[in-house]
Write a protein that binds this ligand. Sequence first.
Ligand code: BYC
Length: 332
Amino acid sequence: MYAQLVKTEGTKSLEEMTAEERAFQERIDRGEKIEPKEWMPEGYRKTLIRQIGQHAHSEIVGQLPEGNWITRAPTLERKAILLAKVQDEAGHGLYLYCAAETLGVSRDELMEKLHNGTMKYSSIFNYPTLNWADIGAVGWLVDGAAIMNQVPLQRTSFGPYSRAMIRICKEESFHQRQGYDIMMKMAAGTPEQKAMAQDALNRFWYPSLMMFGPSDKDSVHSTQSMAWKIKINTNDELRQKFVDQTVPQAEYLGLTIPDANLKWNEEKGGYDFSEPDWSEFFDVIAGNGPCNKERLGARVKAWEDGTWFREALVAHAEKAQARRMASKVAAE
Ligand code: BYC
């Protein structure tokens, strides 16, 4: 089984809904935002916790493949830029954990589920970054795919998620441009540098297409999530938009998308392209990708290494509270 059994109310018709559910659906249909303290169906709350939590985990785990290159960036300027980008990802994770917490789940619970493998993070971060051109490809393609997915999420129906997305998207555009800038330098460099850029594109192309999730026929959550405007587009719609946007960017770089079937289709006004290898995708999200163990191991170690610090903060807060209580009693 590759998807969580989040029990939703199903995609009921308005007639099948209770009065409360109908009023909720009508608010969604009118484009109103839902705020944390308002009534919501349990399935809506759980679906949001799943999606926002997994999104937050992706931002945090997503620091690892790039963090790996901060000490090896080719210039001081590239190092400063990459450092800032990786810090931004930490910030995105934090806004998103806060948004999830407004739904009544604690950050500790979300962490535990990440660490015990019951919550996912984006498949893309289970691929290795082997050289500097990969950092260009990650910024260009991975952040490019992320923006394609996240721009519509600015209009998602849950207020805190939608507001977090507005800020995140601004930062993601800078990330995508820094990646494309690296690719421009490499593609216009020596034949060896251009070959590295091509190789990075070859390895990251299909994993980037997988970021949008399984094809619509295999997407178990899309129908209900779209009815609730938790998702605005289907996985295939966004994947198509990403391909259409990225092909001209590859042409400008003088690089070749590794797909012999890539062809402009005048009738649909978009490119025809090969699907990724879906068996590889399902294998990666089941925990068997090239770097799953390393990524999760790094997160679990960071969590364990931080135990003393979290405990010290709690002990300090308890002592400060006891001191405040003692001085209050003394003053009475
Ligand atoms: N990887 O019914 P479906 C970033 C799972 S971070 C892993 O279509 P849904 C960045 C899916 O969770 C970008 N799992 O699901 C950070 C579900 O399993 P569960 C992260 C995937 O939720 C640092 C099952 O497959 N972006 O940009 O309707 C540096 C069935 O799929 C994936 C977000 O998280 C995947 N690729 O649609 C640089 C965006 N795809 O949960 C960059 C928010 C599917 O039942 N999330 N699965 O166990 C979404 O928009 C949606 O959750 C998805 C999937 C489109 C990803």
